[in-house]
Design a protein. Sequence first.
Length: 336
Amino acid sequence: MKIAIATPLFALRHGTRTITETLAGQLVEMGHQVTIVTCDRGCAGDYDPPEHPTVRVAPAFDLRTAWVLFRAHDAVILIHPSSKLGWPAVLARRPMVISHHVWFVGGRSMADMSRRMLLGRAPNIACSQAVADTVPVQCTAAWNGVRADLFDRMPVPGSRSIDLLFVGAMSLDKGADVALDIIAEYCRVSGPEACARVAMVGPKSDDVDLNAAMDAKGLPRDIYRGSANADTVARYYGDAKVTLVPYRRESFGLVPVEAMACGSCVIGADRGGLRESIGEGGILLPLGAIPAWVDASRSLIESDVEREAIQRRAALHLRHFDPQRMAKDYLDALAI
């Protein structure tokens, strides 16, 4: 079957791109032909994924181009309810499913009403029950899958050199400030040498002055390792005993799933979609309870037995995030 995966967002290192690539790759492995259709002008150029060279990206910056592309396919998967891509799919009269990966926020503008009307034209699924509950039509949760080819990289037992790892944008939404508080307190109680065993990875953000924050907390600036591609992030996960996920507002959370797949123990905020992505596979704590985060981190870092117990629970939990299961959920929603 020829399937078009339509997404308005396809930026490098964006969660939507990761989800789209994972789904596309799995559908190809199942024997389908896949085209990623995007109106993201910055990311619709050359695309040649080495794992699945048959996947191509086609730009669609106007309604007619999108309509023509969708007419050439048997079905459409719409990642995010985008009017620019959704209505051409409706007009193309192809089976479609709409998937939600962020909280649905309604409004009274023409664009908001257009999106709201679009939801009634196809089945709706969401990356988590937390997101599904915000969608104003019937919506079923279908958890995202993790790319096993990238993240099944377990190091030799005992070889992890990073005690605490934070992966994500250095922003307030991702709780970078909370991560800094946890790291600073961990280094204070564990001794200054512990600063050499912590790392923060991800792009900087305008709403957190990272250098000033590290200086104010007495942390060396080299704990920030910069942005990284998927392969490098996988290596960080595989080298970390504990991954911190203090995200304030998260619809699902690929980071904790990826970290668990690499054998890193996850401690996350007890809120939003993290309750589902982390679940029984890690430890959930109130966002502002810094002493509790530090105590839980130290217990895992200092005890091989506790880490191994969490890793066993995570291995069971990860069964929910099989990419083949994710692809099957999407195909079932298309009902073809």
